[in-house]
Ligand binder design. Structure first.
Ligand code: FAD
Length: 415
């Protein structure tokens, strides 16, 4: 028997339940990735390409290969099935509207199509509250999530036997990504993080300049590392595992509400203002509010932003300026290496008050946040060079300085 393992956002061979099971069930396996030209590559294309190259390398070391095709995922997969005589397709189940449309199209084809866990720690529909179809609030979800037993990690197959099939080309990247992609790279980073940094996480994860978070999010986004393996190996840090639970939380909300990236999850809160000039100033990190500009420029420079800064810039856009959360979320989606529907739009809606926050009216004052989480202004100075020499006393509110800071934009808002 031949089984196709269709890769998507699970670009690894370690703890990969679909791959593991296919190797148990079939004599030969066809690892496949289909590049869908209908999905805009955004800022993540170079990173994805490196992940694919790395996956191909790993599979070649096991005696197989990564077959790459381009086109509609269902049509191309069925074509490869016909070429290789595959009788089944195994894939990791996913939560977005697009992924689930694809899954139901496969279910309508004349082939055995099965989905496996692996994208989240706990499968999205596994936990159900006493009332309602899904958890709307994080804390009870976290309680239930912490109480159930996780599946065991699965072994990586020693060798993978594969039928004769044209491998196909991985495209070359137009631009080098901000970070090197792939499973080998994340395993190196993960070992360092667990050994040297996890201990500082609980106390330091909100410290903007200290930069004590794992920065593993782009690798989790593409599944270069199994979230379950990460949770298992960092089990000593409750604070860190709790963050991984937030990821599972937004996955199960998106599973239940697939229009997460279009519609208000909690309707009736949005009276949004449109102001192109203000939106552009925010996107470019030219608002004149130092902490906001630092965060937005970190995003442009690194394709990543510290979580505390994401909270501040998102609250500033939606709550302070009353600009539609979709404007901010779409911009993040464009530039973030870790950008994904559930986490990005779920968090944006949380901040905007249209999502899962139980206190939807709370508002973060950017100046107070800056004084608390970037006390000495080191983070601001790192990303906003115009402010490098401004004394800390006025750095967070340059509009209070005795004379304007030369070369820095005037503020669109004053705290
Ligand atoms: P760590 O603190 O080391 O956390 C480890 C992992 O836990 C992260 O990699 C991530 O997978 C998960 N995690 C942590 N915080 C959250 C959270 N609040 N929600 C969901 N998962 C979380 N995260 C994304 O992965 N993709 C996004 O597109 C995204 N957009 C966001 C937009 C806004 C407005 C906000 C406020 C947050 C967003 N986040 C997003 C969540 C969070 O900011 C990032 O996951 C985190 O900053 C990534 O850095 P890290 O890997 O160092 O995180």
């Amino acid at each position: 028997e031949v089984i196709i393992v269709l890769f998507n956002r699970d670009l690894r061979i370690t703890d990969h339940p679909a791959l593991h099971q296919a190797c148990q069930d079939a004599r030969q396996v066809v690892p496949l990735f289909v590049i869908d030209p209908a999905i805009p590559p955004r800022g993540r294309a170079g990173f994805l390409i490196e992940c694919l190259e790395d996956l191909r390398r790993s599979l070649r070391e096991k005696g197989a290969d990564l077959v790459v095709r381009r086109g509609d995922v269902v049509e191309e997969t069925m074509r490869v099935a016909a070429e290789t005589g595959a009788t089944a397709i195994y894939a990791s189940g996913d939560v977005t509207a697009r992924a689930r449309r694809r899954e139901s199209r496969f279910a309508g084809e004349n082939i055995d199509f099965q989905t496996f866990p692996g994208v989240t720690i706990v499968p999205p529909a596994k936990l159900k509250p006493a009332t309602g179809d899904h958890y709307r609030v994080f804390t009870p979800f976290y309680r239930a999530w912490s109480e159930i037993r996780w599946r065991p990690l699965v072994e990586t197959p020693e060798t993978i036997s594969m039928p004769e099939v044209r491998p196909g080309d991985i495209p070359t990247a137009r631009r080098k990504p901000h970070l090197p992609g792939g499973e080998h790279e994340v395993r190196r980073r993960l070992d360092l993080w667990l050994r040297h940094c996890l201990g500082d996480y609980a106390a330091g994860h909100d410290d903007l300049a200290g930069d004590h978070t794992s920065r593993l999010s782009p690798y989790l986004r593409f599944g270069c590392v199994s979230p379950l393996e990460l949770a298992t190996r960092s089990g000593g840090s409750e604070e860190f595992v709790r963050q991984l639970c937030w990821r599972d939380f937004y996955a199960q909300v998106t599973f239940a509400f697939p229009r997460m990236n279009h519609d208000d999850y909690r309707p009736g809160r949005g009276e949004w203002r449109h102001d192109k000039e203000v939106e552009d100033a925010w996107r470019e990190g030219m608002t004149g509010v130092p902490i906001v500009d630092a965060g937005m420029r970190q995003l442009i420079a690194e394709g990543w932003m510290h979580n505390r800064a994401r909270l501040i810039v998102a609250s500033f856009l939606t709550k302070t300026l009353r600009i539609d959360w979709r404007v901010g979320a779409d911009h993040f989606e464009e530039l973030l290496l870790d950008g994904d529907v559930a986490n990005n739009y779920g968090n944006w809606q949380w901040v905007a008050g249209t999502g899962n926050d139980t206190r939807p009216y709370r508002m973060l004052n950017p100046v107070r946040q800056a004084k608390k989480f970037d006390q000495d202004g080191e983070y601001i100075r790192r990303y906003v060079p115009e402010l490098a020499n401004v004394p800390t006393a006025t750095l967070h509110e340059p509009w209070r300085a005795p004379s304007p800071v030369l070369g820095y934009t005037s503020p669109i808002w004053r705290g």
